[in-house]
Design a protein around this ligand. Structure first.
Ligand SMILES: CC(C)(COP(=O)(O)OP(=O)(O)OC[C@H]1O[C@@H](n2cnc3c(N)ncnc32)[C@H](O)[C@@H]1OP(=O)(O)O)[C@@H](O)C(=O)NCCC(=O)NCCS
Length: 180
């Protein structure tokens, strides 16, 4: 793939968060803004599904509105155009530790993560991820990653010293250093 060479001004990037309550309020108080947001997130959701070989998007405003446990952090470039997002949530999971002991936990999970193609590999994913870590007061090691792509695994190796996971019986990936 040919990547376009252009500089990112990180001071221009803005990150917003959305919960089911924010969506309900936006729908009620500013339906025009809601519709604009809905269209942009829908397009990105489709792109993310394509990257991950999913048959349908797992991120739309409707989905978030119906999942009180989910939070969408989205990042905008110039003119408030959304260039990516990370969706997180808390799910009850059965996770195995290194000794094959099963734990029932509700860890913070990364459920979907996308930076639109043109803006990939410019540090924006890292910028957004770091913002999310701070807001959620969590470290990368203690997150569960839903069906991580090779690109996300490489991202975690690059920035968060990920080396090895603990094999699980579900689609989630956790670091070997996950704190049970
Ligand atoms: C994964 C993703 C969110 C990372 O965002 P990003 O802005 O590209 O990441 P950054 O620029 O901050 O970091 C770049 C690092 O991420 C990893 N990475 C990103 N894209 C990659 C790719 N196509 N192949 C391999 N590694 C990749 C690499 O470690 C890369 O470092 P490098 O360029 O020095 O090799 C983004 O690439 C993306 O949206 N990919 C497609 C969707 C996807 O796979 N999402 C994960 C869902 S599980």
């Amino acid at each position: 793939m040919i990547t376009q060479d252009f500089e990112i001004n990180f001071n221009e990037l803005k990150i917003y968060s959305l919960t089911f309550q924010d969506i309900k309020l936006l729908k009620r108080n500013n339906n025009k803004k809601y519709k604009e947001l809905e269209v942009q997130i829908k397009e990105l959701g489709k792109e993310s599904a394509k990257w991950q070989n999913l048959n349908y998007p797992i991120t739309t405003l409707d989905i978030i509105e119906n999942h009180p446990d989910q939070i969408l952090y989205f990042i905008c470039g110039r003119n408030d155009i959304i260039i990516g997002y990370i969706k997180i949530g808390r799910k009850k999971l059965y996770l195995y530790d290194k000794n094959s002991t099963c734990h029932e936990l509700i860890p913070l999970s990364v459920l979907d993560f996308l930076i639109t193609t043109k803006y990939q590999r410019k540090g924006i994913g890292h910028f957004l991820f770091e913002f999310m870590l701070k807001k959620e007061n969590v470290i990368a090691n203690n997150i569960a990653y839903d069906r991580p792509s090779n690109r996300l695994t490489s991202f975690l190796k690059n920035y968060y010293h990920f080396t090895k996971d603990i094999p699980q019986y579900n689609n989630f990936m956790i670091f070997e250093t996950f704190a049970f």
